[in-house]
Design a protein around this ligand. Structure first.
Ligand code: UDP
Length: 473
């Protein structure tokens, strides 16, 4: 049995962007698509990562590859298979690349053996399908070890790193040292943010490409206020809201009914009609859900007695490449249970169903639209798709000045940036500022949406990919 799992990609029409992005950008996009079709005739563009569900990379590949296919290019998506030991090691590398110790374990010979064993098996499977001159884009530390095998096949290989830190420490350098012998063999290396670029990689091969969101997917497409309330009511996220049976439109154009509900810790839904501060994230310490909770409780809730906090993330049992998810959810649950009862009822921990990606996505969409203020108080962040998602929905965002988030928000114009994400008072002040001044918040939301339109949708992103392909040997 091959360890590679083929992920189906729905074909999406790139012409949708006409009228959504500016005319000059759309023209450049069409020109880039034309170039790509010529350049890639008879070749396959492979994308390889570790999960088809949950997290930013899967989210981005699903839509981006759909438009690439829609442009007439043979794009494919494969997910590698690994065991729990492999994911323990790669999560450690991931955390180290963010400057954090993670589980505190080593990255030595034993870890190298675990890493190589899984990737060797996956490389064998790649040899059976990838051909010379194909383009293979391998994503994140989990797949970097495939680079030498892909080179041997004679394909072009691009390593795309979605994580990083602005200020590398010894842990970061240790993770670089682990991956570098493989990474230097790639034809090109992509980082999401300029400060993430590693020392030791030929600068000519380094490209900075920010991710993007899909304006037309169930995660981000327009939902009117009524539909938002119906969805959140049906999911039992908001109590006492509109009753009814919501349906939504899938990527393939078909209609679907929402039958599943969110699992809410201790079963306390958000009352309707209250201001809500919302963070949507995987349950990950670097997203600091416990800090968000504490910052809200100490510095927002007392000043805004009707406000509530919603922390939403995937129902963790479903996300197989993220062993820490359940632990982090348990930590936040404990923090919440330690609160006085009146405060506890204002803090909502929402586990969104993962059995249907599009149902999950439309719930995130409704939650982000329902947010009075969206927050992303990450301690480190590769890019932070959730920031662009909330901005596209015209929400005012408070987020940490870390990683790719700082490329998205112009502080004071299209959102508020926190210089020190651990400063809970500053976090509370920023959120309060927006809750206190709805007009300013709305103006920030409007400017946020315009920012995303030109910079963080598919056209800008795909044009950069074509520019990069033009540089390959
Ligand atoms: N997300 C989701 N359901 C959830 C939690 C998160 O679909 O329950 C999505 C979120 O909307 C975003 C992605 O997962 O599209 C997270 O990407 P981001 O870049 O913010 O962080 P990452 O998870 O890659 O660190």
């Amino acid at each position: 049995m091959t360890p590679l799992v083929d992920v189906p990609i729905a074909v999406l029409d790139p012409a949708r962007f006409s009228g959504t992005v500016s005319a000059p950008l759309y023209d450049d996009f069409q020109h880039a698509a034309e170039q790509a079709r010529k350049l890639l005739a008879g070749r396959v563009v492979w994308n390889i990562n570790t999960t088809a569900h949950g997290g930013g990379v899967a989210e981005m590949l699903r839509s981006l590859l759909g438009y690439v296919r829609g442009a007439g290019i043979d794009a494919r998506w494969e997910v590698i298979t690994g065991d729990s030991e492999f994911f323990r090691v790669t999560k450690r590398i991931h955390n180290n690349l963010h400057g954090s110790a993670g589980d505190g374990g080593e990255l030595g010979g034993a870890e190298r053996a675990v890493y190589n064993a899984v990737l060797d098996t996956n490389a064998d499977a790649l040899r059976a399908c990838v051909r010379a001159n194909d383009v293979v884009i391998v994503h994140d530390p989990q797949t970097a070890g495939l680079i030498p095998a892909i080179r041997d096949i004679g394909a072009r290989v691009i390593w795309r790193c979605h994580v990083g830190t602005d200020t590398p420490n010894d842990l970061v350098r240790r993770a670089w040292a682990f991956l570098l012998p493989d990474v230097v063999q790639a034809d090109a290396v992509i980082f999401s943010h300029s400060a993430f670029a590693w020392k030791g990689i030929d600068e000519a091969r380094i490209h900075i490409v920010a991710p993007s969101i899909d304006a037309f997917s169930p995660k981000n497409y327009e939902l009117d206020a009524d539909t938002v309330q119906l969805i959140l009511g049906a999911a039992r996220i908001v109590d006492g809201g509109r009753q009814g049976t919501p349906s939504f439109v899938r990527q393939d154009g078909s209609a679907a009914r929402i039958d599943s509900r969110a699992r809410i810790i201790d079963d306390v839904p958000i009352p309707s009609g209250v201001p809500v501060v919302t963070q949507v994230s995987r349950w990950d310490r670097l997203k600091d859900p416990v800090g968000v909770l504490q910052g809200f409780v100490d510095h927002v809730a007392p000043r805004h007695p009707t406000s509530h906090l919603a922390l939403a993330g995937p129902d963790v049992a479903a996300v197989s490449d993220d062993p820490e998810g359940a632990e982090v959810l348990a930590e936040v649950t404990e923090s919440r249970r330690g609160l006085a009862e009146a405060m506890r009822d204002r803090v909502h921990l929402l586990c969104l169903p993962m059995d249907d990606d599009e149902v999950n996505a439309v719930m995130v969409n409704a939650l982000q639209r329902h947010a009075t203020v969206a927050v992303q108080k990450s301690l480190a962040e590769g890019f932070g798709l959730t920031v662009a998602e909330a901005m596209w929905k015209g929400r005012p965002v408070v987020a940490s000045r870390v990683g790719g988030i700082q490329d998205q928000i112009v502080d004071g114009v299209s959102g508020l940036l926190l210089d020190d994400p651990t400063d809970l008072r500053a976090f509370g002040d920023a959120v309060s500022e927006l809750l206190d001044d709805p007009r300013r918040a709305a103006a920030m939301g409007d400017s946020a949406r315009e920012q995303v339109r030109e910079l963080f949708l598919g056209p800008r992103h795909l044009i950069q990919y074509v520019d990069l392909l033009n540089t390959l040997p």
